[in-house]
Design a protein around this ligand. Structure first.
Ligand SMILES: CCCCCCCCCCCCCC(=O)SCCNC(=O)CCNC(=O)[C@H](O)C(C)(C)COP(=O)(O)OP(=O)(O)OC[C@H]1O[C@@H](n2cnc3c(N)ncnc32)[C@H](O)[C@@H]1OP(=O)(O)O
Length: 161
């Protein structure tokens, strides 16, 4: 896929998405959600009203302390989930600042439920928050982030020359 096709395919993702819809991966090799990334989390995300929701199980590829997910892997999933809110806000943005609260260990092989929402938008700034809970509903992690909207040409910086 050349540069023009790549950027066009991303623009296409920002069409309005119905409530309940499964949202498209950012791209096929995205670490958070790309189906073709063997090291990735393969996150599957749905729109639920004005939130985005996912269910996730961390595995041995994400290990930190034995049997427990690495904090960076947890942050990756939360950050990627924030990236799905962009389908609701309607345009590309990138993480400028991310803060994660680790409330309790995230156990490998265990199902967790994640939800993210936009708190407010101020010009280019998008303030977002997310939580991750076990199936009983107890909080295991939460995150707050500032995303800044960018033009699609921002992503040109990473395109092969
Ligand atoms: C086609 C699209 C595809 C979409 C897919 C995308 C998702 C991909 C997958 C998603 C995966 C998940 C996501 C990922 O992994 S995204 C990947 C990780 N993130 C990045 O790579 C971003 C790297 N950073 C940058 O490129 C630049 O810093 C950006 C572009 C973000 C801003 O550089 P720029 O030069 O443009 O901006 P600025 O410095 O003039 O600042 C602008 C304004 O912001 C204010 N400000 C700054 N900091 C703070 C702060 N902490 N609290 C409050 N305010 C703050 C600042 O004062 C100013 O305000 P004002 O003076 O204007 O009022």
């Amino acid at each position: 896929m050349n540069r023009e096709e790549f950027l066009a395919s991303w623009n296409e993702k920002f069409r309005p998405q119905e409530d309940g819809a499964q949202l498209p991966p950012h791209h096929h090799h995205c670490l958070g959600c790309g189906p073709d990334n063997p090291h990735g989390h393969h996150l599957t995300v749905h729109r639920r009203g004005e939130e985005v929701h996912a269910t996730h199980i961390f595995d041995e590829r994400h290990v930190g302390a034995p049997g427990i997910a690495h904090g960076g892997a947890v942050a990756t999933v939360l950050d990627d989930l924030f990236g799905y809110l962009l389908y609701l806000t309607g345009g590309p943005a990138v993480t400028r600042q991310l803060e994660v609260l680790y409330a309790s260990p995230v156990i490998l092989g265990t199902t967790y439920r994640l939800a993210a929402r936009v708190l407010r938008a101020e010009g280019r700034k998008l303030y977002v928050e997310a939580d991750m809970r076990d199936v009983e509903g107890s909080l295991v992690a939460s995150a707050a982030a500032l995303f800044l909207s960018v033009d699609v040409t921002h992503f040109d910086q990473g395109m092969p020359r």
